[in-house]
Design a protein around this ligand. Structure first.
Ligand code: ATP
Ligand code: MG
Length: 359
């Protein structure tokens, strides 16, 4: 898929901008703090309805304005799809084909993107929550059902934790029956999410391990493991119930997909703990690159690739692997302060010069 046209109004430092993109490579070139990442971010927002940089929607609206509007035209094999996202004082709204969507979960998935950023290393080195978010974002883009289940799960989890806290603070007796009902619902959604995540990780490993072997000149073998707080030998609901006593004491839910993690092993050693910087970087890059093929596999279309300042972060060897992986496949957007690292590009790229919110 690709984006042919973008229109931003009062978005970040862009009051009004309209752009037509190349179907292959687009480069956003400019000095620091001019709006390169803002522009890239707008594409991410059009795909996922929120920013990868902030949860505060106000930051996305041009200073002192009340509303921001982002529209684009997505071109797919099946036809053109106009998308619109608006940030208003009442929250965010999305339109597909000019029709307002009741739920944003119905909007997500129309445009698929993969973002490469210097923070990708956090995927390996960061906390489990970074990896859970990664899984959730990627799977949600290709599966609206997954996103729906996840929203339900999070709502029920919040309800359970709040109930545990409230009864503890008000020193009330616990309504076990009420907790039984909550647990049943939580287990129902949790089980589904767990299964989809396990399958996704298996597929991801299939693609990532090949890439990792190539980047490391066949010296390293990458293995991915989904690590769940729910053991496979017994059912989800009974494990949740078994944890209740402990959960009541700590007024929080100790088992479930919100506590799970994704582990990376290189030559059988945990990369986060034992890997060198280089091994950690190769792992993060392989996993991100694997998503390109994985999304193609799931949807029959390549996602947009958004590269925020990544070239300067990678050594020559990894730069070449990244460039090789992106050339000719997917529509790509690259932010950079210099064209130095992009001389090896073998295709014609369109360059957009950015200065203080103007292109
Ligand atoms: P770098 O090369 O340092 O990464 P960049 O070109 O990617 O720079 P951006 O992050 O895209 O820079 O833009 C930063 C600029 O956008 C800042 O100068 C900031 O003041 C401005 N900015 C951010 N949010 C808003 C907003 N809501 N309204 C107006 N300006 C904003
Ligand atoms: Mg930037």
């Amino acid at each position: 898929m690709l984006i042919s046209h973008l229109h931003l109004q009062n978005y970040r430092n862009y009051q009004e901008v309209e752009l037509d993109f190349s179907p292959s490579i687009n480069i956003f070139l400019g000095e620091n703090a001019q709006g390169k990442t803002n522009l890239l971010e707008s594409l991410y927002v059009l795909a996922l309805t929120k920013s990868h940089r902030t949860n505060n929607e106000k930051e996305l609206i041009y200073f002192k304005e009340k509303e921001a509007r982002l529209t684009c035209e997505v071109v797919k094999q099946t036809g053109k799809v106009p998308l619109e996202i608006r940030f208003t004082p009442k929250g965010r709204r999305g339109k597909v084909n000019h029709i307002e969507q009741k739920k944003l979960s119905q909007y997500i998935g129309k445009l698929n993107v993969i973002l490469f950023a210097p923070e990708d290393l956090e995927l390996v080195k960061g906390t489990p929550s970074v990896r859970r978010k990664f899984l959730d974002m990627e799977i949600s883009q290709v599966s609206p059902i997954y996103l729906y289940d996840l929203v339900q799960y999070q709502r029920l989890l919040k309800q359970r934790n709040q109930y545990l806290k409230q009864t503890a603070f008000e020193k009330r007796t616990l309504d076990e029956l009420y907790l039984d009902i909550l647990d049943e619902q939580l287990a129902e959604y949790g089980e589904k999410i767990l299964q989809v995540r396990r399958e996704f990780v298996q597929k991801l490993e299939k693609f990532a391990s090949v890439l990792h072997a190539n980047i490391s000149n066949q010296k390293e073998k990458l293995h991915l493991e989904y690590h769940s707080t729910i053991k496979e030998d017994s059912d989800y609901l009974s494990q949740l119930k078994n944890a209740r006593k402990k959960d009541v004491k700590h007024f929080s839910t100790s088992v479930g997909i919100h506590r799970d993690d994704l582990l990376f092993f290189v030559n059988e050693l945990d990369v986060a703990s034992f890997g060198s910087q280089g091994q950690q970087r190769t792992t993060a890059l392989s996993v991100k690159l694997a998503e390109i093929d994985l999304m193609y596999d799931e949807t029959g279309e390549y996602p947009l690739l958004l590269l925020d300042d990544v070239m300067s972060e990678l050594d020559n060897e990894r730069q070449l692997h990244l460039l090789e992986a992106i050339q000719g496949k997917a529509q790509t957007f690259i932010t950079t302060t210099t064209l130095k690292h992009l001389e090896n590009l073998d295709v014609v790229a369109q360059i957009f010069e950015i200065e203080q919110g103007a292109v």
